[in-house]
Design a protein around this ligand. Structure first.
Ligand SMILES: *Cc1c(COP(=O)(O)O)cnc(C)c1O
Length: 252
């Protein structure tokens, strides 16, 4: 059993985050119901995750497949939506398809093809309704925070890389067993939440352009904002925020 005190702390932290989410949504004239809190559970045990679920969390994010695998198995009777938020190697695509409800970190056409192929196999012998795996395209619009994601520093202003990116998007939205639902990004690390605003704005502008160019996909989601900057992200249109430390404390 988790210490009662730790459980209470997690519940309190989540309540505080929900208040802050509501405040940010209000400032942006948005409904807080359009923003989902994803509890980032990496490095934490299934027991700790359970405490977050007891406090009303419905969505959890993991960035490494192997760690997630055991945790998801331990919590398989619980109604959790699992999000993959870290880089995925192609040789692990099959396992990822079996484990996750939404992949945020799609960052290449080849990975998209592998996921779509494995999703087709997931359909099973009954030829039941053909399933599609929901995915977000991870885009690196800031150029510094991470080398992960499609490289598109500056977003729409990047005339050099934009054509390649559009070509990749065209190929990905055509895959039969994926459904593209939006974009994800990680802002550069900073102590100042405002420093992330330009990155979030670039992602939203890119999303708006993709929505008009590729109306075959929904482009509804913007996965952006973490412990240090989720309020700014909500102000800039985030629909999915990925929060770890503000819920569970510092990772060791
Ligand atoms: C770890 C991680 C988070 C959560 O970060 P915190 O600062 O703990 O809120 C969010 N997104 C990604 C991609 C991560 O790897």
């Amino acid at each position: 059993m988790l210490q009662q005190q730790q459980q209470a702390q997690i519940a309190h932290n989540i309540a505080v985050i929900r208040e802050r989410m509501a405040g940010a949504a209000r400032r942006a004239n948005r409904s807080v119901d359009d923003v989902t809190l994803i509890a980032v559970t990496k490095t934490h045990t299934a027991e700790v995750v359970s405490a977050a679920l007891a406090a009303g969390v419905s969505d959890c994010g993991e960035n490494r497949l192997q760690e997630a695998d055991a945790k998801i198995a331990a919590l398989r009777t619980r109604p959790v939506r699992w999000h993959l938020i870290g880089h995925l190697q192609r040789n692990k695509a099959k396992r990822a398809v079996a484990l996750f409800d939404l992949v945020h970190s799609l960052d290449s056409v080849r990975l998209a093809e592998a996921l779509s192929r494995h999703m087709a196999e997931e359909t099973g012998p009954q030829q039941a309704p053909r399933r599609r795996l929901p995915v977000l395209l991870q885009v690196n619009v800031s150029g510094e925070a991470t080398k992960e994601g499609f490289a598109l520093v500056g977003g729409l202003a990047n005339q050099t890389l934009l054509p390649d990116f559009y070509q990749a998007v065209e190929q990905i939205v055509a895959l039969p067993h994926l459904v593209v639902q939006g974009l994800m990004t990680v802002a550069p690390y900073s102590n100042d939440p405002e420093a992330a605003r330009p990155t979030f704005r670039l992602l939203r502008q890119l999303r708006d352009e993709l929505a008009s160019r590729f109306p075959v996909a929904s482009w509804h989601h913007l996965s952006m904002g973490m412990t240090g900057d989720f309020e700014v992200a909500i102000e800039e249109g985030a629909t999915l925020i990925r929060v770890g430390r503000a819920i569970f404390g510092e990772r060791t």
